[in-house]
Ligand binder design. Sequence first.
Ligand code: PAF
Length: 289
Amino acid sequence: MAENQELKPLVVTSVSEMQRIASELRRAGKRIGLVPTMGALHLGHMSLAVAAKEDADVVIVSDFVNPTQFAPGEDYDKYPRTLDADVTLLQQIEVDYVFAPQPSEMYPDGFNAKVHIGGVTELLEGEFRPTHFDGVATVVLKLFNMTQADVAFFGQKDYQQTLVIRKLVRDLNLPIEIVVCPIIRERDGLALSSRNQYLSSTERQEALVLNKALEKAEELIRSGERDAPVVIDAMRAIIATAPSAVVDYAYIGDPESLVELSRIAGDVVVLLAVRVGKTRLIDNRIIRR
Ligand code: PAF
């Protein structure tokens, strides 16, 4: 186990080694914090790792591009894989372990388990990416088991994913605490995402319509608009100003259940999925009253 700070983070690529380390840490009474990522780390991920450092005795960042959450034709092959750069970033905040297993060890021949969470997975991302959340729930459960984490950190940017993870934990009585950290944005409002690097400079500029649309939604709701379709039309009008943007959904729902709302009476979450050129971006804003 890496006690020497110069060795941090220790990169663990084998599942059995990760399990051995996790068992040792638990025996030593350490509180283990996990930050599940697919790598290509940016400041959004770093904010999760910093939150984990503040909360846990030992922090593990998993760095694994999970094939089962991509459908055929999605960006699995071109998804950026930048393990060395990720480790260098994590060195700066002295994360303890980076867990970077091989797909062949995560999913060996004959692997055929699948975790399916119902309800909240069936709309929005679930409609556009029908196999996505099974892949997420399955890999996240495996990562929880392999690292024996006490607490795991997720970003609000993947809002529906956070609800799926909470449901996974609740329905399967997993002994783990879930912490959701705020969205980190560029100065001009673009939510950080590993997929932003697919955008050309024109598309990068056009992608600002997502946050602008969310700002407009908040402004309308705060100034008393209660009719959700009116707010959604205003958001769509802003997005339509970007020639290469196509809306997959613009949605106002209950923040816990995601049930669609036509009247805005209490807290809401506003969710967007927009394709900008070939890049699909998601963003959201919780508006509390
Ligand atoms: O949010 C992500 O990066 C992924 O969905 C996760 C949670 C690491 C599972 O692969």
